[in-house]
Design a protein around this ligand. Sequence first.
Ligand SMILES: CC1=C(CCC(=O)O)c2cc3nc(cc4[nH]c(cc5[nH]c(cc1n2)c(C)c5CCC(=O)O)c(CCC(=O)O)c4C)C(CCC(=O)O)=C3C
Ligand SMILES: [Fe+2]
Length: 376
Amino acid sequence: METQNLTPFDAVVLMSFGGPEKNEDVLPFLQNVTAGRGIPDDRLVEVGEHYYGFGGKSPINDQNRRLLDALRREFERRGITTPVLWGNRNWDPYLTDTVRDFAKRTGGSRFLAIDTSAYSCYSSCRQYREDFANTRNVLAQEGLAVSFEKVRQYYNHPGFAYAELDCVHRGLTNLIQKVGPLDPQKHRLLYVTHSIPLSMQQASERQTAGYREQHLQLIKWIDQELGEKQPLSAELVFCSRSGSPETPWLEPDINDRLEELAAAGTEGVVVVPLGFVSDHMEVKYDLDTEAAQTAKDLGLVYVRAATVGVDPVFVSGLVDAALERSAQYRGEPVDAPAVTPEGPLSPGSGSCSTTCCLGRQQKPTTPSWDSLADID
Ligand SMILES: CC1=C(CCC(=O)O)c2cc3nc(cc4[nH]c(cc5[nH]c(cc1n2)c(C)c5CCC(=O)O)c(CCC(=O)O)c4C)C(CCC(=O)O)=C3C
Ligand SMILES: [Fe+2]
């Protein structure tokens, strides 16, 4: 019997990046994101233009509203009565405001977070835990005691993995509709994720397979699952590089790779945004606008596979991951499934928390024992 029980948590909080809703939001949002992170001004102007091109509205908030709704419906379907809240790092509704409001309204103090990023690295894992510590510290000064736990990074959880598999399968079907039978000489599968600085990549490798390798493991699993149906070679490419040009980031960039492939005789690609759980601005601009234009200029057929979004298999997997974390927290034996050889990254075990993914400056994180004293 599955444990349909989130004890001792008072609420689940969907934790995300946040994005602007209108033109006037864009600058303050970018200032929030980049405070103290050394992003060159011309890059900020460029990224601002991406947002203005969409009327100043990032797609991410509406995606999160849909996910929030889907999670609530899945809780209801399973008879779980724990409330599901939503909070962001960089824009309204901010995590601190959501949590303060809930704590004052209900007296609840223990929060279990589900992040909208699936892999391990500073930006996608540890920085969220710094956010939890920040909220905890701000609210402590206001006399409210709150605590946070989070579910594991879920890139290899069957819910996310099978939902991705379905996205790839549908992308391939779409390409076949456009070009006829697939030909490994002419067609290719490009998995895309957010580039990160090499230093951040290296920090992610200290205790786990690391950011890049986690993607490669999932790609390998998808490839095996597709089996004979899928003759194309697959590779991982990157998008959304920022930072200063002298700092090395993960490569190749998708646009550069499309040029190389076209020159070598490729005629069509399926682009799978494996690193993004829904259609964020990176997907809408960097892939659907920029990379699609690159492909068009090169005469390539370009199919963009879907993101998992609110696929019921994904949503149900997230609820399973929350139940798993609760049971683990209570000290009960748990079944923690994973599709890749690395296995589940148990949060709080140290495998993806204590010393991994350190940022440039060391800041407090949650859980509270994960402090500077634990860093070797
Ligand atoms: C790994 C990763 C994820 C995936 C994990 C996760 O989801 O958390 C992610 C997500 C996102 N990143 C986003 C937006 C931005 N990221 C920036 C900057 C940066 N991202 C980085 C990495 C990542 N970012 C890094 C290493 C930087 C350099 C600065 C730094 O070291 O921190 C900048 C500043 C301008 C620029 O430099 O491009 C912006 C505006 C949005 C919102 C999009 C929307 O509106 O839909 C989302 C979901
Ligand atoms: Fe980012």
